[in-house]
Write a protein that binds this ligand. Structure first.
Ligand code: NAG
Ligand code: NAG
Length: 639
C-alpha cells in the first residue's frame, strides 16, 4: 500500500539508523542556512518502510550552448535573427543524453533499485521512483526528518544535505524531496506562491461607481502627471492606437486573482471608448482555473483588472489571451504555467513549489495537470514574482533555462521587476551577506533582496517610472524613477551571471556611477546579472476595480504596458513579412537611443537610498522608457 507523506508523519517506528559510512559519495546539495520558519520535529520518527515519491532531475545536454543558440536567433547582428526553432527541435537538442540516463539507472540498480520500479519521463529529463525512507537514506547518505512550519503548522519531509557517488554528480541537477522547504509560506499560503507586485492607494477624487461617461476634462494629456490613461501612455511613448490583429499577446494571472468583465466595461466607457462593451480576453483556463473569482475585493480583482484593461486598450483590435492558472484551493506556480505551454517541462515539477494536480483536497480540481496543451503567445507579460532567496538556485536555474528555450521558439517574456526597490516583496531584506535560505528581516535593514524571475537573463525585466509633478507629457524629459507609493525593483542577482548583451551597459554604469555600497549590501563583483532591463510608467494608473475607478501603482502596470508596445512592433514586422521579435534584450541593449534615458529618482529599500537613476543603464530604470517609433525602426531594420 502506498503511504502519503502524511501517513509517514503518522508512523512512530524505530529511530532512523545512522547513515552508512561514506564511500565515494560527494555532497550534491546542502541547505545553506537553518530556516527560522521550519522546525525539526524530534518527537516524530519516520517509519522506514513508508514510501517517498522521489524524482531525479537529469542533467540536460547543450544547456551550456543555450545562450549561444538564443543569440543566434536574437542578436541584431546575427544573420539568423528571427529564425526561431520548433518545439521538437528544442526538446531534441536539450534532452539528457542516453549516457546520463544509463549512468543513473545503473547507479540505482547497483543500489538495489531495479529498473521495473522506475518511470522515465518522455523527454528523458526525469526518473521517478518510490523509495522507502530506508532506501532513500542509504542511497543519498542522509537522514530524513519531519519539519513543521512554525506559522502554518504544515508538515514537510526534508533532509539538510544529500550525497551521490562522485561519478553521478554531473548527471543529476537535483533530487526531490530533499533540502527544499516551502519557501514563501510567511506571507503567502501555497496558492499565493506567486506574489503580486502591486500596491494600491484609494482614488483621490470622487470614486465613480458606474459607467457614466466622465467629462473629457477630468482625464486629458494635460493631467497625465496625476492620472495615467491609455492616451497618456501613447503620448509618452509615441505609439499609435492599434489597427492590426495579426499577432498574439498573453497576460498571465494566478488564482485567486481574476478579472471582472463588468470592470473592463467601466474602463472602456471611461478611458477606451473605441472598444465595445463586452470585449474581453480569449480565456485559457489552466489546471482547474475559473474566471468566476471569489469575493469582490481589490485583492482578488485589482491585478487582473489592471493588466487586462491596459493590455486590451493598448493593442486593440488585437485580441489579448488571458492565461488563468490554478484552482482556488491548490493554486499554481510559474512552473505549472510552463508545463501548460511546454510538454517537455511537465515531469520536472517540484511538489514543494509547484501545485500538484489532480488536487487531492476536497473541492480541488480533479483533472490532470495541463501539459503542453496551451499555445504560447508571441509576447507574454507577468506581473507576479518571488524573491530570488525564496527558491533554491537549482530550481530557478531550471526555470530560467526554460525561458531560454521558449525564447528560441520566438516568445518574448516580460516580467515586472518588483515594487520595493532594492528590498524584496513586502520590503523584506536578507539577514545573510549572501542572500540565501529565505531568512529575512521583515521590513528592516539588511542585504538587498533581488527578485526572481526578474534576474533571469532570458526574460525582459520592467521597472517603473512616473511623470515628474507638474510636467506635461510633451516635455522632452517628463519622467523619473517611480517614487510614489512604490519604488522600482532593481539591483544585481545572487544567482545568475551577467549576460554578454548587457556587459557594456553595466560596465559603463560602474565606471561612471559606481554606487557607494559594498559587498555587504549586494554582489558588487560586476560579473552578475543587473536588472531591470527597461522601464515604463508605473504610477497613477486609472483602473476600474469592482465597479469603481481608482489609482494603481506598480511595476505590475509597467510590464503589460511594455508588453503591449512589443506586441504592436510584432504586428508591424508581420505586416512586413517578417517573424515576431522573440527574445528582445540583445536588440534593446544594442539600441540605447531607442529609449528615453531616465536620470533622476532612486529605488530605496533595506534602510538605504537604494540605487540612483543616472545617464545610461542603471539598476533602477534599466535602459529607460521605450520610444516606440525608434524601437520599431530598429526592429524593422532586422531580417
Ligand atoms: C486613439 O483612439 C482614441 C479613441 O478613438 C482617440 O481619442 C485617440 O486620440 C487616439 N490616439 C491616437 C494616438 O491616435
Ligand atoms: C558574487 O558573484 C560571483 C559570481 O557569481 C561569485 O563568485 C561571488 O562569490 C559572489 N559574491 C558574493 C559576496 O556572494
Amino acid at each position: 500500500m502506498k503511504l502519503s507523506i502524511l501517513a509517514i508523519v503518522g508512523g512512530f517506528a524505530a529511530c532512523a539508523a545512522a547513515a552508512p559510512a561514506p564511500t565515494a559519495h560527494v555532497v550534491h546539495e546542502k541547505r545553506e542556512t537553518a530556516s527560522e520558519r521550519w522546525s525539526r520535529r524530534s518527537d516524530i520518527k519516520l517509519n522506514r518502510d513508508a514510501l517517498i515519491p522521489m524524482s531525479f532531475g537529469l542533467t540536460q545536454r547543450n544547456l551550456d550552448n543555450g545562450f549561444e543558440f538564443l543569440m543566434d536567433v536574437s542578436h541584431p547582428e546575427s544573420k539568423n535573427f528571427g529564425k526561431h526553432w520548433s518545439m521538437d527541435k528544442i526538446a531534441d537538442t536539450f534532452a539528457p543524453s542516453t549516457e546520463t540516463l544509463e549512468a543513473v539507472k545503473t547507479w540505482l540498480k547497483e543500489s538495489g533499485i531495479e529498473d521495473d520500479r522506475l518511470t522515465v519521463a518522455k523527454g528523458r529529463n526525469w526518473v521517478k521512483v518510490e523509495l522507502t525512507v530506508g532506501e532513500a537514506e542509504s542511497l543519498l547518505r542522509t537522514e530524513y526528518h519531519v519539519y513543521t512550519n512554525t506559522q502554518t503548522g504544515k508538515e514537510h519531509l526534508a533532509c539538510s544535505d544529500y550525497s551521490v557517488p562522485a561519478h553521478i554528480t554531473e548527471h543529476i541537477d537535483f533530487i526531490t524531496p530533499t533540502i527544499q522547504f516551502d519557501a514563501t509560506v510567511k506571507q503567502m499560503p501555497k496558492r499565493d506562491l506567486s506574489k503580486r507586485n502591486m500596491k494600491v492607494r484609494p482614488f483621490p477624487i470622487a470614486v465613480r461607481p458606474d459607467a457614466a461617461p466622465q467629462p473629457e476634462v477630468t482625464y486629458s494629456l494635460a493631467n497625465c502627471d496625476q492620472y495615467i490613461t491609455p492616451d497618456c501612455l501613447r503620448a509618452l511613448y509615441d505609439f499609435p492606437n492599434g489597427t492590426l490583429a495579426s499577432s498574439s499577446y498573453g497576460i498571465v494571472e494566478y488564482t485567486p486573482n481574476t478579472y471582472l468583465q463588468s470592470d473592463l466595461n467601466v474602463f472602456y466607457a471611461n478611458l477606451a471608448r473605441q472598444i465595445p462593451s463586452g470585449t474581453g480576453p480569449t480565456v485559457d483556463l489552466i489546471d482547474g482555473a475559473t474566471t468566476m473569482g471569489g469575493t469582490k475585493s481589490f485583492d482578488n480583482q485589482g491585478e487582473s483588472d489592471l493588466d487586462l484593461q491596459y493590455a486590451i486598450a493598448l493593442v486593440y483590435p488585437q485580441k489579448v489571451t488571458l492565461y488563468q492558472n490554478g484552482d482556488s484551493i491548490e493554486g499554481s506556480s510559474f512552473g505549472n504555467f510552463l508545463d501548460a505551454i511546454d510538454s517537455s517541462y511537465c515531469s520536472g515539477d517540484n511538489p514543494t513549489y509547484d501545485a500538484v494536480y489532480p488536487d487531492p483536497a476536497s473541492g480541488g480540481y480533479k483533472g490532470a495537470e495541463a501539459c503542453g496543451t496551451i499555445k504560447a503567445a508571441s509576447v507574454i507579460s507577468t506581473s507576479y514574482g518571488y524573491n530570488e532567496a525564496d527558491l533554491p538556485a537549482s530550481y530557478e536555474t531550471r526555470q530560467c533555462n526554460e525561458y531560454m528555450k521558449l525564447g528560441l521558439a520566438g516568445t518574448t517574456f516580460v516580467f515586472s521587476s518588483g515594487d520595493s526597490g532594492v528590498a524584496g516583496n513586502n520590503g523584506d531584506c536578507c539577514t545573510k551577506a549572501k542572500c540565501a535560505g529565505g531568512t529575512y528581516n521583515t521590513g528592516g535593514s539588511g542585504t538587498f533582496n533581488p527578485a526572481f524571475p526578474a534576474t533571469c537573463p532570458y526574460i525582459t525585466s520592467v521597472g517603473a517610472t512616473q511623470i515628474k509633478p507638474n510636467t506635461a507629457v510633451t516635455a522632452t524629459a517628463p519622467e523619473e524613477a517611480c517614487e510614489t507609493v512604490i519604488y522600482s525593483g532593481g539591483g544585481f542577482s545572487n544567482v545568475f551571471a551577467m549576460p554578454s548583451y548587457q556587459s557594456t551597459a553595466v560596465k559603463s554604469y560602474f565606471t561612471s556611477h559606481k554606487p557607494t555600497y559594498t559587498a555587504t549590501q549586494y554582489n558588487n563583483s560586476q560579473t552578475v546579472r543587473g536588472y531591470p532591463d527597461v522601464s515604463a510608467n508605473g504610477a497613477n494608473y486609472v483602473v476600474a476595480v469592482d465597479g469603481a475607478l481608482g489609482l494603481v501603482y506598480g511595476t505590475s502596470a509597467s510590464a503589460p504596458t511594455f508588453g503591449s508596445i512589443i506586441t504592436l512592433i510584432n504586428e508591424q514586422r508581420i505586416a512586413a513579412g517578417k517573424s515576431t521579435v522573440g527574445f528582445i534584450n540583445p536588440t534593446l541593449y544594442a539600441n540605447p537611443s531607442a529609449f528615453n534615458d531616465i536620470v533622476s529618482g532612486g529605488n530605496q529599500g533595506c534602510g538605504t537610498a537604494g540605487f540612483t537613476a543616472v545617464s545610461g543603464w542603471d539598476p533602477v530604470t534599466g535602459l529607460g522608457t521605450p520610444n516606440y517609433a525608434k524601437l520599431l525602426s530598429a526592429f524593422l531594420a532586422l531580417p
